[in-house]
Every structure is written in C-alpha cells, then in structure tokens.
Write a protein that binds this ligand. Structure first.
Ligand SMILES: NC(=O)c1ccc[n+]([C@@H]2O[C@H](COP(=O)([O-])OP(=O)(O)OC[C@H]3O[C@@H](n4cnc5c(N)ncnc54)[C@H](OP(=O)(O)O)[C@@H]3O)[C@@H](O)[C@H]2O)c1
Length: 327
C-alpha cells in the first residue's frame, strides 16, 4: 500500500507529558463503528484516510465492537491487509478493565484478568506488543498495588511499551502514578472523558497530570456526536442517538438543542463546523496531548481533522462559549 508521502506534514504532533512519545493532536478511537455490525469497507477507508493525514495513533480496548473483541479483530485484519512494513509508524493502544468474559476473571483489575486480556488482544490484532496498555477504569476491590504491578510486569515482558490509566479520578490517579513511579514503570498517559460539555478533568485531574508529567488524551470530545451539527434539527437516522444505546434519545432535549444552536453560531462565525470548534476548544489547553475522536465514516473524519486549521480562540469567543454552556 502506498500512503500519502506528505502525511507527516499534515498533522501536528504533541509530546505526551514528559515522555519521549509524540502523539498526533487528533487520534482515532475504535469504540464504535469498527465492529462486526459495521461495514468493513467503510471503516477500513476511515483508517486509511486517517493515516494518510498523519493520524498515527489508533485506540482500542478488549471490549470494543460490537460484539466485544471484533474491533480488535477487524483492526488486525486492516493491519495485515494494508499496513505491512508500517508497524513502527503506528501507536496502537488497548485496554482492559470492563467486562470482557464470563466469570470472576473477565473484569476489573486483577493480575489474572489484565494479563489474560492483553494476551487475547494481541492475538486478535496479530501483534507482538501494543504501544500503550491501559487499565480502563478503577477497580474498587483489587488492591491498586496489584493492578499497577501488573502494568509494570506487562512492560517488563515486552507486551507493551508504555502504560496508562483511564477514568481514574485525581486522587486515585496520583496514588497510581506514585506506585508506578516507584516501580520504574513508564506511565505516560491518562484517558479521561473531556469535552466542552463534560468538564470533570478541570476539577483537579489536569493539575495532577501536569504535576506528574503525564499526558492527557481526551475521549468523547464531541460528546458522542452532540457537539456536531447533526442534532440541530432533530435526530437523524443512523446517528448514535437514533440507536438509543450509549447515547439516549431522551438526552436530546429542547434546552440542549438551543445551546447547540448557539454554539454552532459561534463555530460558523469562526468559519468552522461545530465538531471542528469543539475539537479546537480542547486543543487550546497545552495539557491536552491529543483529542481522541470517533468517526462513523471518512467524511466525518475529514471534517474533524480540519479543526487543526484554526486552533486559537479570542477571549470573547471563550467567554461566549462559557455563557452558553452555563445557561
Ligand atoms: N476510556 C474510556 O472509557 C472510553 C470511553 C469512550 C470512548 N473512548 C475512546 O474515545 C473514542 C472516541 O469516543 P466517541 O466515539 O464517543 O467520540 P466522539 O468523537 O465524541 O463521538 C463520535 C461520534 O460523533 C459523530 N461525529 C464524529 N465526527 C463528526 C463530524 N465531523 N460531524 C458530525 N458528526 C460527527 C459520529 O456519530 P454518529 O455515529 O451519530 O454519526 C461519531 O460516531 C472511542 O473510540 C474510544 O477510543 C474511551
């Protein structure tokens, strides 16, 4: 496969915390739209288009699909079909932490679960190692020490180059970083949900990450599609809300649509789509290493990537956005 020879000039790369790793400002996640229920031709085109524009980072998890596991299987097929000779240009991540198989060993944060799960993920993707392995969510019962020691072990075994954590609140994240540091494990990244509409990381997490020199990759930056122009006039067929599963139809309230319309007007005045402005809004903070988008097709991906053309905001734009969101 011949890729666009200008691909690395098309993208901006940002250092992940204080590590040696550079990530693209926009990364592509395979949570939705890459499972066996989706169309192989459509999603392989999305991945090829992303790589052609310098998106080097693809984010997976054991349970992505549906059905669970099929996003990794499909990604493995795409790697084999199109990416021979390009493995060293890719940053591939996977995770374990949510329910993956039946019984007491297929969920949460035990050593048994994490080691088995990563072995399964590597097999599904046809890889010897992943670049980043995450613990996907905190486990209230397994000692944190056990989970973190397992991340360290996985790096020592050569099955991951770096490790990360996801969905950890600030205090628990700091505790995890302290343990990993004491073990010498390369924990370089945290993956929180963060968008103009979901601001939780601003309550301490971003400060903790800066303090520990850990990067931040923001997931669901478009609030699963709410922060795009698609719900301005109802719920279109094929949209995530129409499926009424991870994004509920009832969440598209009149009050929300009024806010989205106001945000869309600001985006238009900046010469951007609402999706582009929402991604740019996250990237204005240097503590955000990368914005982890989803895309149902190549068209959405290309639209979102254009956000890089205009990343700065005037103080007036920022305060207007805050006023709309605070209503
Ligand atoms: N660590 C975790 O716990 C966790 C949890 C969730 C996600 N993630 C990661 O974050 C990634 C992204 O999550 P997400 O899919 O929720 O992200 P998102 O970017 O907020 O939402 C993606 C959805 O927005 C719509 N969309 C995207 N670009 C668009 C555009 N330019 N114009 C109009 N609509 C557009 C599409 O929805 P339609 O299908 O409706 O068209 C698309 O499926 C996941 O793939 C995964 O890697 C991690």
């Amino acid at each position: 496969m011949t890729f666009n020879s200008n691909r690395y000039k098309e993208m901006q790369y940002r250092r992940c915390g204080k590590s040696g790793l550079l990530l693209p400002a926009i990364s592509l996640g395979l949570w939705q739209n890459f499972g066996d229920v989706d169309c192989y031709d459509v999603f392989s085109r999305t991945i090829l288009a992303a790589f052609n524009l310098g998106v080097t980072h693809f984010d997976l998890a054991n349970n992505y699909g549906p059905p669970p596991g099929t996003a990794e299987l499909n990604f493995g097929k795409i790697l084999k079909q199109y990416f021979a000779g390009h493995r060293d240009e890719l940053i591939i991540s996977t995770k374990a932490g949510y329910t993956m198989w039946e019984g007491p060993y297929g969920d949460f944060g035990s050593k048994k679960y994490l080691v088995s799960s990563l072995d399964q993920s590597l097999k599904r993707m046809g890889l010897d190692y992943v670049d980043i392995f995450y613990h996907h969510r905190p486990d209230p019962e397994t000692p944190l020490e056990e989970t973190m020691r397992t991340l360290d072990l996985i790096v020592r075994q050569g099955k991951a180059l770096y490790v990360g954590i996801s969905n950890y609140p600030p205090e628990k994240a700091a505790e995890a970083f302290d343990i990993l540091r004491s073990l010498g494990a390369p924990c370089i990244i945290h993956q929180p949900k963060y968008s103009m509409m979901v601001r939780t990381p601003e309550d301490g997490l971003l400060d903790v990450l800066a303090q520990y020199g850990v990067g931040c990759i923001a997931f669901s930056p478009l609030a699963q599609g709410l922060l795009t122009n698609k719900y301005l006039n109802g719920i279109p067929e094929n949209s995530r809300a129409a499926k009424d599963s991870f994004l509920k139809k009832e969440s598209i309230t009149h009050e929300l649509v009024v806010k989205l319309q106001a945000l869309n007007s600001i985006a238009e005045s900046r010469g951007q789509s609402l999706a582009q402005m929402s991604i740019a809004w996250l990237l204005k903070d240097e503590r955000v290493t990368s914005v982890l988008i989803g895309a149902r097709n190549e068209m959405q991906l290309l639209d979102s990537l254009k956000s890089l053309d205009h990343l700065t905001f005037s103080p007036l734009e920022l305060s207007e956005i805050e006023t709309i969101l605070a209503k």
